[in-house]
Ligand binder design. Structure first.
Ligand SMILES: NC(=O)c1ccc[n+]([C@@H]2O[C@H](COP(=O)([O-])OP(=O)(O)OC[C@H]3O[C@@H](n4cnc5c(N)ncnc54)[C@H](OP(=O)(O)O)[C@@H]3O)[C@@H](O)[C@H]2O)c1
Length: 224
């Protein structure tokens, strides 16, 4: 498919900013969001339209509606996410830790998906940045169980969106790999440029039958 208009939510740095960079380099019109001035400036410096958005805030998420009203995006990526406590084993998170991770990673998507559903071009590709850490089928270790729970919940949210948008858009949950970003750390095995170029290629190649899948950055299906 020819991708012309792109919306990236959570693009101040890391994977989100790299999506902006690569789609701009490919000549796309890109709208991208960040919650602070530094991130907005980085987005603008790449020639994209920058919108202020904190996905953990109800008012912030609602504010996305009017700036994108009337748009028809070929690709939408909901990328914003936080890891939360680096727990090992069964360490109960505090209420604040729980709320911060769940509000950003899950409630944020539940606030934004109904809005972005209104601004999709026919056959658009809609992706959420999940994680293999959210997979129950592939799970063998327990570190970061709050993050894991949030990504498992995000996968559920994506699945429902895919059922609602069937025939209108192709929706996937991505595992981007273990990526060299602030979240992934320097020891991660995948440069951010490679993770994002793989995901862009995968998005462009998606078929209607892929709607509602959990996929690796390179397009390989993953177990929920
Ligand atoms: N890196 C990995 O190895 C890896 C692996 C699996 C999945 N993922 C997922 O991939 C996505 C991107 O990860 P990354 O590695 O690029 O992480 P990162 O470098 O930590 O960047 C996270 C991004 O999310 C934004 N964000 C966080 N909370 C937000 C909020 N309340 N409102 C709006 N934006 C918010 C951050 O904005 P600020 O600058 O304002 O904080 C930043 O742009 C995340 O969903 C992550 O869970 C990453």
């Amino acid at each position: 498919m020819s991708i012309q208009k792109v919306l990236i939510v959570g693009a101040s740095r890391g994977i989100g900013l790299e999506f902006v960079r690569q789609y701009r380099e490919a000549g796309c019109a890109v709208t991208a969001t960040a919650r602070a001035d530094e991130g907005l400036a980085r987005i603008r410096a790449l020639g994209a339209t920058a919108l202020r958005l904190d996905v953990a805030s109800a008012a912030g998420a609602a504010a996305l509606a009017w700036p994108v009203d009337g748009e028809a995006f070929d690709v939408v990526v909901l990328n914003a996410g936080v890891y939360g406590p680096r727990s090992t084993g069964l360490q109960t998170p505090t209420q604040d830790e729980f709320d911060a991770v769940m509000h950003t990673n899950v409630l944020g998507a539940m606030r934004l998906l109904p809005q972005v559903a209104e601004v999709l071009a026919p056959g658009a590709r809609l992706a959420v940045l999940s994680s293999r850490m959210g997979s129950m089928g592939l799970r063998e270790v327990t570190g970061g169980w709050l993050y894991r729970a949030s990504k498992a919940a995000l996968n559920s949210v994506l699945k429902d969106a895919s059922l609602e948008l069937k025939g209108k858009a192709i929706c996937v949950a991505f595992h981007p790999g273990w990526v060299q970003t602030d979240m992934g750390g320097a020891a991660a095995d995948l440069p951010v440029s490679k993770s994002v170029s793989d995901m862009r290629r995968t998005l462009a190649a998606l078929k209607p039958a892929d709607n509602g899948r959990f996929v690796n950055h390179d397009g390989q299906p993953l177990a929920w």
